[in-house]
Design a protein around this ligand. Structure first.
Ligand code: CUA
Length: 319
């Protein structure tokens, strides 16, 4: 089994080819000059070696012409490289006006993105192929950096301000997203995937699929707020499992009961200590300052959608 080491990432954005061409030319120039210099060193060392004790070199005579040549030629070459790379940089510094805007919030150690249509993602970013995408990014804590090697692009993300990055994906596929600024213990784990999709697939994906977008939004919010950590689906978490909860009669601490309807779920999110389920501790913090009413609606819709799987289907589930 041969080891497969990809030398360069896929070329998957509109600037990939340009950037690679520049890289190859710079690399070729470096290799050429390194070879010339080392070759000359070796050749001169042999050709002009000291042959005897009496061998005295002739004084070096060189005119202005030679000095000027070896100043002007390298200067011209480096200025050409500078001009070329600066033009690529400047051409791509301003996003097109019609670019699709997506917001990205980075934090230790995850990527959160929010589409204008309301779809949120974690460690994933879905984008359409063939049209420009502009990311407006900020951080909740330290400096991170958004990098997609296949797109040949990278941008630092700084807390307290927005930075923009834009690109046009040219090839549908799944591409690595990396954090490329050391941001703490789990920096190396702060990566994700960018999914470049055909426009029609992207539109379909944005529409949220057959379940409806409110539910999809709620599901993501549920992950985002880390509700899943305590409200584990298998019932092993520190808080009650929520599958099949909606519509049930719930026994509370102190013996009272309540019907799990929209109002109850809403109250439990914003004022969790008001009605604690029997057998559980009042551990849950309030989300009053963390979610808007619209987001509560999404969460309620999501929890309402968590129906129990049909009997027999759920292997290993307690009856
Ligand atoms: Cu975030 Cu490194």
């Amino acid at each position: 089994m041969g080891l497969k080491i990809p030398l360069i990432p896929e070329q998957a954005s509109s600037i990939s080819i340009e950037v690679d061409q520049m890289l190859y030319v710079l690399l070729a120039a470096s290799v050429l000059f390194a070879a010339l210099i080392f070759g000359a060193i070796c050749y001169f060392a042999i050709r002009y070696r000291r042959r005897s004790e009496l061998d005295i070199p002739e004084p070096v005579k060189s005119g202005w012409a030679l000095q000027i040549i070896w100043i002007v030629i390298p200067l011209g070459l480096t200025m050409a490289m500078f001009g070329w790379s600066a033009s690529i940089f400047l051409n791509h510094s301003q996003p097109p006006r019609d670019a699709t805007q997506i917001f990205v919030v980075a934090k230790q150690w995850m990527w959160k993105s929010q589409h204008m249509e309301g779809v949120r993602e974690i460690d994933e970013l879905h984008i359409p192929v063939g049209s420009s995408v502009k990311l407006t990014m900020t951080s909740e804590d330290v400096i991170h950096s958004f990098s997609v090697p296949a797109f040949r692009t990278k941008q630092d993300i700084v807390p307290g301000r927005y930075t923009n990055l834009w690109f046009t994906a040219t090839k549908p596929g799944k591409y690595r997203l990396f954090c490329t600024e050391y941001c703490g213990a789990n920096h190396s784990g702060m990566n994700g995937w960018v999914y470049a999709m055909e426009p029609k697939d992207y539109a379909l994906w944005l529409a949220g699929g057959p379940k409806g977008s409110l539910v999809a939004e709620g599901a993501k919010l549920f992950q985002d707020l880390a509700c899943i950590k305590c409200h584990r689906d298998d019932g092993g978490g520190r808080c009650p499992a929520l599958r099949g909860l909606f519509g049930q009669t719930i026994l509370l601490t102190g013996g009272a009961t309540v019907e799990a309807d929209e109002a109850y779920i809403r109250e439990s999110i914003l004022d969790p200590a008001a009605k604690v389920v029997d057998g559980y501790q009042p551990l849950m913090p309030t989300f009053r300052d963390r979610v808007s009413e619209e987001e509560v609606v999404e969460l309620v819709a999501y929890i309402k959608s968590l129906v129990r799987k049909p009997q027999g289907d759920a292997a290993g589930q307690k009856p």
